[in-house]
Structures are given as C-alpha cells and as structure tokens.
Ligand binder design. Sequence first.
Ligand SMILES: O=C(O)c1ccccc1N[C@@H]1O[C@H](COP(=O)(O)O)[C@@H](O)[C@H]1O
Length: 206
Amino acid sequence: MIVKMCGIRREEDAAYADEVCPDYVGFVFADSPRQVSVEEAVRFRKDLRKEIRCVGVFVNETPEKMAETAARVPLDALQLHGDETEEDIRKLRSLCDKEIWKAARVKSAEDIQKVQMLPADRILLDSFSKEAYGGTGRTIRLDILKEAEITKPYFLAGGLNPENLKDILDEIHPEGIDISSGIETDGYKDLEKMKKIMEIAGGNNG
Ligand SMILES: O=C(O)c1ccccc1N[C@@H]1O[C@H](COP(=O)(O)O)[C@@H](O)[C@H]1O
C-alpha cells in the first residue's frame, strides 16, 4: 500500500513525517488551514529524507503557476484537486515533466468514470463536500466505489483515520491512500496517529 500524508505545514509535521516515512507527503498550496507558501515548502522539503517524495496540492491554479511552484520546491508530483479540465492537464504537461495526479470529489459513479478518462498519471478518489475542495475529513462513500467500474489503480482519500482504515481496506483495495485530517488532533499533525496509519497500511511501496 502506497501512503501519502498530506498537509505538512509546520517544522514538527515535517519531522514527524521524516520519522514515520510515508511514500509521499503533500504540501497544500490551495486555500486551506493547511496552506503553505513556496518558501515554507522548500524548507520542509529539506527536512525530509530523500526517499520521501513531495506532492503539491492545488485547486484551480493556473498551469503556469503550478509548473513554477513544482520547479521551485522542487515537487515530484502535482495533485490537481479542483475542477481542472483535460486541457489544463495537457497544458501543465507541456510546461513540466512531473507526475500529474487528478483528484475527483466523488458524488456518483459517473464522477469516477469521468476522472478515469483524463490524461493524468494517477487518479485519486476523495469524498464530496459543498463546503471545501478537500481536507474535510468527510468519509468517502464506499457504496459508490463498489458499484463503479474502476478500471485504473487509484488512491483513496476522504476521512481515512487510524480507527476506520483497516475496515475500509478490508472492503476496498486501492493502490494507495491519502490522509490529511485523520492524522491530526485539534488541527495539527499527530505523530501517534501517523505511526498507527503506517502500522495498518505499511507504506514505502510506490
Ligand atoms: O488537506 C487540505 O487542506 C486540502 C485542501 C484543499 C484540497 C485538498 C486538500 N487535501 C486533500 O484532501 C483529501 C482528503 O483529506 P482528508 O483526509 O479527508 O482530510 C486528500 O486527498 C488530501 O490530499
């Protein structure tokens, strides 16, 4: 199981991630309580061991700005978590050679069909919320995932936490998981929860 831990926004978070060593960490550049500047992401990246890859999370950002951020940090992958189109993905690909991940905020099986058609390197299935684009802690609807025809490997996100992860992985078999609020206590990353996730999911496979 590939593990991404998202929303690193303090030096402590980077130190915790360095200790538990997920495959990926995420820096949120979009509007969010977890938003970081490029300068902060550059600093946190330096605190992480080399094998941890870094993903930038963007919502409806221009391809030019994403490519610039990817080069400056530097990032290994860009996660598009908004309403980005096929055209945006193609433009971004022409500007930068990093992996492009596209997230779908799943309300129906159709949302899964649509995201699978896009020219992204990886897809991520997250829960839908009217209030925010991501990082809500709202659990994804497993019934939709079960009924959809999922033809590509995917990352599962949306309300995963140390209490529910094992049961969910008994039912659903993603290639990776992405967790933000479920590894926090009172809005800040929690080392014990991060350790627990690594115990349940493994990690360092992708
Ligand atoms: O983490 C955020 O604050 C965030 C903000 C805007 C877009 C995406 C964001 N994070 C992604 O949201 C999902 C689910 O997070 P959670 O575990 O339910 O809190 C995950 O893919 C994060 O990468």
